[in-house]
Design a protein around this ligand. Structure first.
Ligand code: TRP
Length: 359
């Protein structure tokens, strides 16, 4: 037992000290583990694509990745399950359409891994009411649904910690809004390890650095997001006409009157969107037109609209065809659940043993 604990500890130590591929004793090769979850409560938009999914696609080349559709988390805010199946299928289809390769990464559904619920239960005994009540996301959601402040909402970060450490993952690619949850996950890990022995490494947010691009919204304020102005956000499911309509509505003005003048934010945003989907020549021709005051924003938006259509249409079409292929979806979910369950059952044997729950 103690030998086993020790060897886990050594692996963790090596994993934490070097980010890529590890050769342990010159015999086995292990990749660091990445885990992230996606809530099935909305359509993927361009901000999700450039902020998250595109990076998952890169991570799957280098790490052992577990990407999960968080259907259990969705129950904390959406107890009505009528649309859950469609939403879960859509999220899976959209992620595959964006480039998640299910032969490389495990793409699975949270409720298909029953051990998540078991670990969640154990971790609940290590989570304190005080810390759960002060979590920012709990306070926000409690304010938004005062008639349904359920215990699942309170222990949302505990379930998230279970998702992550179930695979003994180290890197968790998430946005800033999730950092508090990760800090809590580290606290639960420390408490578990301290009380029952070293089983889990401490997970950290995977920082994309320069790869983290900002996707501005089309109304000139903030980023694209599902909760803000729907017309200012481009969804990967939007049809060509809707994409054109949204882009053409983007805020502009009469154009610059002096050569090389600085760009107002809402104009800079249009250039920023172009940088995501247009060719270098297109971008530099509009840059020079801006700088010598000959720019016509109508033309620029038309060009951006066409480039957006070219970018989004193939993803939309691929996602739609996957979503309607029930047999394929079932096969994918089964494959993902098998990989996730294999890793989960290894971890849970260690957990039960460490906790003394083996009689
Ligand atoms: N809470 C995350 C969100 O709202 C979703 C999530 C669930 C998650 N489980 C996770 C993210 C595990 C990372 C790791 O976006």
């Amino acid at each position: 037992m103690s030998g086993r604990r020790n060897s886990i500890w050594i692996v963790d130590f090596i994993l934490l000290s070097s980010p890529h591929i590890y050769y342990i004793c010159g015999m086995s090769t292990e990749k660091a583990i990445v885990m992230s979850g996606i809530r099935p409560t909305g359509y993927l938009h361009l901000g999700n694509y450039f902020g998250a999914v595109r990076n998952y696609v890169k991570l799957q080349e280098e790490y052992t990745c577990y990407f999960m559709v968080a259907d259990l988390h969705a129950l904390t805010t959406h107890p009505d399950t009528k649309e859950l199946k469609t939403n879960v299928h859509r999220v899976i289809a959209e992620n595959i359409a964006c480039g998640i390769d299910t032969d490389k990464a495990a793409l699975y559904c949270q409720s298909h891994v029953r051990e998540t619920s078991e670990l969640y239960l154990y971790l609940n005994m290590l989570a304190y009411l005080g810390e759960l009540e002060k979590t920012t996301t709990f306070k926000d959601k409690a304010r938004m649904q005062p008639d349904n402040i359920n215990a699942g909402l309170l222990t949302y970060p505990v379930l998230q910690a279970a998702d992550i450490i179930l695979h003994r993952a180290i890197y968790v690619p998430v946005g800033k809004d999730q950092e508090q949850h990760l800090e809590m996950a580290r606290n639960f890990v420390k408490r578990f390890n301290h009380r029952y022995g070293e089983v889990f490494p401490e997970p950290i947010a995977y920082n994309f650095g320069d790869d983290l691009v900002k996707v501005p919204s089309l109304d000139g304020t903030g980023k694209m997001s599902k909760s803000e102005n729907q017309l200012a956000t481009l969804y990967l499911a939007d049809d060509d006409e809707l994409i054109r309509k949204k882009v053409m509505k983007a805020k502009t003005d009469g154009g610059p009157t002096e050569n090389n003048s600085p760009k107002p934010d809402y104009i800079e945003n249009i250039f920023q969107l172009m940088r995501l989907v247009s060719s270098d020549e297109t971008i530099s021709s509009f840059e020079s037109a801006y700088n010598n005051c000959t720019i016509r924003y109508g033309d620029m938006k038309k060009q951006l609209a066409e480039d957006m259509v070219k970018f989004i249409a193939p993803i939309r079409e691929r996602a739609a065809s996957i979503q309607h292929d029930e047999a394929y979806l079932q096969k994918i979910m089964k494959q993902g659940a098998e990989k996730a369950n294999e890793s989960a059952s290894k971890t849970m044997s260690l957990v039960r043993e460490a906790m003394g729950l083996v009689y």
